[in-house]
Design a protein around this ligand. Structure first.
Ligand code: NAD
Length: 447
């Protein structure tokens, strides 16, 4: 099928590469000229496992093209996806201007029937707005060309984008028209079986996306609340998770305690839901608490560091902290709303010095911290002379660690693990203290 995808970020690029890999003819469009020039050479602008090869293969075989020319893309495709950002405005509501700009361009250049598919996360009613904007543009040029607007929210996780896109739990197709529904079903049947395709109204699809992200964020805040009580009562939260998660009604996914969720989706979508409900004179009390608990987790982590050093009558002033993990989670380079930003800034404000390492996020970190922190090129070298190691995300390479090298390099022998990446059993008897979340501290060194 002839497809164009407007917005070549984490969602647009993964979707474009996957559709092209399945034999479709795909044009990816972005306003960022630099990004498009690099992509034309088959080099990806973001880190996503397996994406580089998939993009290169499909550029070479001609299935995948990149351009900044939206007119060309609209004219030459039957299905046009909108996959631009919907960042939060100052009041937390999603900024829809990028979506609406694209809708206007589509209306301007539409030359025959098109299926316009919105993949960006948007409030209920946005598909109707998109439809009106396109209609308005068509009216300006006295055109009666027919089109349909489909809401097709995306559920991929960064770091697992290709697998999630190619093996989704479900594909939601929100639309009122049978012709568009059939075209979308045909497209997705090259990826999933029919029973994974859920058709519904546009409004239902738009709300299902926010509700899904809010539910996942709720699970994380829920386990963090439990984890904080575990800390007080001396209970191991991992045991609680196992006990809870083995109940089929609950399951154990998204029940990892730590320093809270971040990234470009959960924080923004939780805030958006709150704002949308407030605007409609309804207070989502549960969602407000989810956000509050999440904010608090970073403070709890920092408090653990302060308390530890207080025991030696020391403050954080002048301390050197080695940080493993800057991106909002492992296996990605995305630092949007990363808990590491809040924690590092707080430590800097307390007079501490930071040297950090992340397998993929250093380039992004430079833009945020500039020269306020030091940067390392590997996980072990930054430990030299550090007063503690802080683990802020769960990259696989942090889990696979040589404890002897850690021990040899750390000046002061303590690890603060904000993601519980090691088991307590593994930490007993090591030559450093180990402080984690919702689990009793292990003092191997401290008296
Ligand atoms: P992103 O910021 O990575 O990419 C958006 C891209 O759109 C950028 O490259 C930007 O230059 C481009 N753009 C903006 N205006 C444009 C225009 N007028 N024409 C062409 N290109 C334009 O965003 P993302 O993370 O891919 O997210 C896109 C949407 O998908 C958001 O609504 C987000 O909430 C949702 N979503 C994201 C994820 C995720 O994991 N990142 C998962 C599911 C859903």
């Amino acid at each position: 099928m002839k497809i164009s995808i407007v917005g070549t970020g984490y969602v647009g690029l993964v979707a474009g590469a996957c559709f092209a890999n399945n034999g479709n003819n795909v044009i990816c469009i972005d306003i960022d000229k630099e990004k498009i020039e690099i992509l034309k050479k088959g080099i990806t602008s973001i880190y996503e496992p397996g994406l580089n090869k998939m993009v290169l293969d499909n550029v070479v075989n001609g299935n995948l093209q990149f351009t900044t020319n939206i007119k060309l893309a609209v004219e030459n495709s039957d299905i046009i996806f909108i996959a631009v950002g919907t960042p939060p405005s100052d009041d937390g509501s999603p900024d829809l201007r990028y979506v609406f700009t694209v809708a206007k361009d589509i209306g301007k250049y539409m030359n025959e029937y098109k299926v316009v598919v919105n993949k960006s996360t948007v409030p209920v009613g946005t598909s109707k707005n998109i439809s009106e904007i396109i209609q308005n543009e068509l009216r300006k040029r006295n055109s009666g060309i027919d089109f349909d607007v489909v809401s097709n929210p995306e559920f991929l996780r960064e770091g697992n984008g290709i697998k999630d896109f190619m093996e989704p739990d479900r594909v939601i197709i929100g639309c009122a028209d049978d012709r568009a529904k059939d075209i979308m079903t045909k497209l997705y049947l090259s990826i999933v079986l029919q029973d994974k395709i859920i058709c519904m109204s546009n409004k239902g699809a738009e709300m299902a996306k926010y509700a899904s992200n809010a539910m996942l964020a709720t699970r994380i805040s829920f386990i963090n609340d439990i984890s904080n009580l575990c800390d007080i009562l001396g209970v191991n939260v991992e045991e609680v998770r196992r006990g809870m998660g083995s109940d089929k009604r609950i399951g154990d996914l998204f029940l990892n305690s730590g320093i809270g969720y971040g990234g470009s989706c959960f924080p923004k979508d939780v805030k958006a839901l709150m704002e949308i409900s407030n605007k409609n004179n309804y207070n989502m009390l549960l969602i407000e608490a989810v956000e509050e608990v999440n904010k608090n987790q970073k403070k709890i982590f920092i408090k653990k560091i302060i308390e530890y050093f207080k025991n030696f009558n020391q403050t954080l002033n002048g301390k050197i902290f080695a940080v493993w993990g800057l991106a909002f989670k492992g296996e990605t380079d995305d630092m949007r709303e990363s808990p590491a930003i809040v924690i590092i800034n707080e430590l800097l404000n307390s007079g501490a010095k930071i040297i950090c390492y992340d397998p993929q996020a250093i380039k992004e970190a430079h833009k945020i911290f500039e020269n306020k922190v030091g940067y390392g090129t590997d996980k072990y070298s930054i430990l030299k002379d550090a007063d503690a190691l802080l683990i802020l995300n769960e990259w696989k390479e942090f889990k696979e660690v040589d404890y002897n090298i850690v021990n040899l390099n750390l000046k002061n022998k303590v690890i603060f693990d904000g993601r519980n990446i090691y088991t307590l059993k593994d930490m007993i008897g090591k030559d450093f203290d180990y402080i984690s979340m919702g689990r009793e501290p292990i003092y191997n060194c401290r008296e």
